[in-house]
Design a protein around this ligand. Structure first.
Ligand code: GTP
Ligand code: MG
Length: 556
């Protein structure tokens, strides 16, 4: 039987443990702060973009054989990588070694001729594969192995956590289970590049770049896909100087402001996606928002997409978060657990409202790690001081400069365990003076709140803005109450670790159980957690099965 809570777990705790496997994610681990430094954000993004340009998406028939399909595709050039996944149907992502192979495949494809409907012709990189001769019903089909694109179910997660050997391992296990896989990352970049093909119909040389949690290292399977339509290549001044006394400018249409430019461009791209974007459905133009956007579903990938433009600061925020996450393996492990904890207790929501966002929670984790002694993360001002001339970046008057070369940042001396950090995170924010202080990752210290709102987290680049302006007092109080309760639960475990009851979820798993409504005393809450029938039966089933790996997965 698998011990649910081994008494020796403290001995197994290992700060900065190399077990933080982040295979498949853009970033290198920064694990145990050894090995080569992770690559810079722009290097990773450039490579991903280039890969996506050589990649196609194919909707496959229900029954086909993998090897003949690959032989068929290889007629257009060598394939460097491929995988299958299931969404609404079966899809193949196929990456060629050369970009020319994609053009060759496009030349071999035809526009479908439908008998009942008419088609809008568009030569995209998204194909449907049909079999000329339908297979006989009796022949055997081996099927293909599909890569899972969704996170594990709560039941599977509980099994994973309860069969871990320490709280540190629990946090790493949660990270491994929820972080974006290599395949999911590729699919995100491919989706951006397919949407980029539509945008390029109007704006040749434009690029659609992913940002937010798809690129910053904090994305979990199933998170939305934030896209940025980058028109800078078009705006860039020409490299060649015009000779003589002449200056040549494009004739352009003028509008009153940058905001109107953004609205007009997004409006047109939204129409294009709606009318001839293959697989783009439910297109909504949300042009009057503070940051205008087009929201749609990309059916084939299953991603909910938010397309913006003129939002370059958000790209810099993604780079900053990527850098913080890559500096030390504890950062992402702690942030994933805190974000999952918040999601489980409905502190966050996919619907916009008075809730705290994942972005704000990540900021809280970064701030907390800057406040440790010695600090685990440097302040943004320290990162700015390490920057060189190439890192200089000013966006609309906001200084967004910080170092991009991670090897210039000295590793931390701090060796605290994740178990300790998790407990102290909840204690720290359970007792934080939110009524008077603001969180500021630029200076790494709390400051007097400049305005009266319940939660103030200074926007690191547009410093007069508060990224958590939307959070209500009720939601903040809920966060504080739950943080206190979680700190209390972890403290109780500390006291009882030598004689752990074998019928309760422990460590991080205990924090993810449903909570009681506020107003119920902590001792009653504790009793309720132990008596939770579902959890007991789940734990019994884990003991019965012997290992989480062998337990039946009900994820879907
Ligand atoms: P999830 O989508 O929840 O996984 O996280 P996310 O980081 O992608 O958040 P979201 O999709 O809400 O926003 C995308 C990006 O926009 C974030 O990563 C930030 O860079 C930026 N962003 C989000 N909210 C704010 C905000 O309130 N202020 C500023 N300045 N930027 C924000
Ligand atoms: Mg997002």
């Amino acid at each position: 039987a698998v011990p649910l809570r081994p008494p020796i777990r403290r001995l197994l705790s290992c700060p900065g443990s190399a077990s933080a496997d982040v295979s498949g994610v853009d970033q290198a681990p920064g694990a145990a702060n050894t090995g080569p430094p992770p690559r810079s954000f722009s290097e990773v993004q450039r490579e991903r973009w280039e890969q996506a340009q050589r990649t196609v998406l194919i909707r496959c028939p229900g029954r086909f054989r993998e090897k003949p399909l690959l032989r068929f595709l290889a007629q257009h050039g060598p394939v460097s990588r491929h995988f299958f996944y299931q969404s609404v149907g079966l899809y193949a992502v196929v990456e060629f070694c050369q970009k020319e192979s994609v053009a060759s495949l496009q030349n071999a494809a035809r526009t479908p001729d439908l008998s009942t409907e008419s088609v809008i012709p568009f030569r995209s990189r998204f194909f449907t594969l049909r079999l000329k001769n339908s297979p006989s019903q009796t022949s055997e089909w081996p099927g293909v192995q599909c890569q899972d694109q969704s996170p594990p179910s709560s039941r599977k997660l509980m099994q994973l956590l309860c069969s871990a050997e320490s709280v540190d391992q629990q946090l790493h296990a949660l990270l491994r289970a929820f972080q974006l896989t290599e395949e999911n990352c590729r699919l995100r970049h491919l989706t951006c590049s397919l949407i980029g093909d539509v945008a390029a119909a109007f704006f040749p040389d434009s690029v659609i770049r992913p940002f937010g949690s798809s690129t910053n290292g904090f994305g979990k399977l199933g998170c939305d896909l934030d896209m940025f339509l980058d028109l800078d290549e078009i705006r860039k001044p020409s490299a060649s100087k015009t000779p003589g006394n002449y200056l040549l400018e494009y004739q352009v249409k003028n509008v009153p402001s940058d905001r109107v430019v953004t609205q007009k461009i997004l409006s047109v791209i939204g129409e294009c996606l709606d009318h001839f974007g293959p697989g783009c459905v439910g297109v909504q133009k949300i042009l009057n928002a503070r940051c205008p956007l087009v929201r749609f579903s990309h059916q084939a990938s299953g991603f909910q997409c938010d397309l913006t433009t003129d939002n370059r600061v958000a790209l810099k925020s993604s780079e900053l978060l990527y850098l913080y996450g890559a500096l030390d393996s504890r950062v992402r492990a702690l942030a994933f657990s805190v974000r999952h904890w918040a999601h489980t207790h409905s502190l966050t929501s996919s619907i916009p409202g008075a809730w705290i966002t994942n972005f704000s929670l990540t900021m809280l984790v970064i701030f907390f790690l800057q406040r440790r002694s010695p600090p685990i993360l440097p302040t943004l001002d320290e990162l700015k001081a390490l920057a060189d001339a190439e890192d200089d970046c000013v966006i609309k008057g906001h200084n967004c400069t910080f170092v991009s070369d991670l090897s210039r940042i000295s590793p931390t001396e701090n060796t605290e365990t994740l178990e300790l950090l998790l407990k102290e995170f909840f204690e720290y924010f359970g007792n934080f003076a939110f009524h008077k202080n603001s969180i500021n990752i630029r200076q790494g210290k709390e400051q007097n709140k400049p305005e009266s709102c319940p939660l103030h987290i200074q926007n690191p680049f547009e410093t007069s803005l508060n990224i958590s302006k939307n959070v209500s007092q009720v939601q903040l109080q809920k966060f504080v109450d739950l943080a206190r309760e979680s700190a209390w639960l972890l403290n109780q475990e500390d006291k009882s670790h030598l004689f752990p009851p074998r019928n309760q979820a422990w460590g991080l798993a205990a924090l993810l159980l449903p909570s009681l409504p506020s107003g119920v005393s902590l001792s009653k809450r504790k009793k309720n957690r132990l008596a939770n029938g579902t959890v007991k039966s789940l734990l019994d089933s884990i003991r019965g099965n012997g290992s989480a790996e062998r337990a039946t997965d009900d994820s879907g």
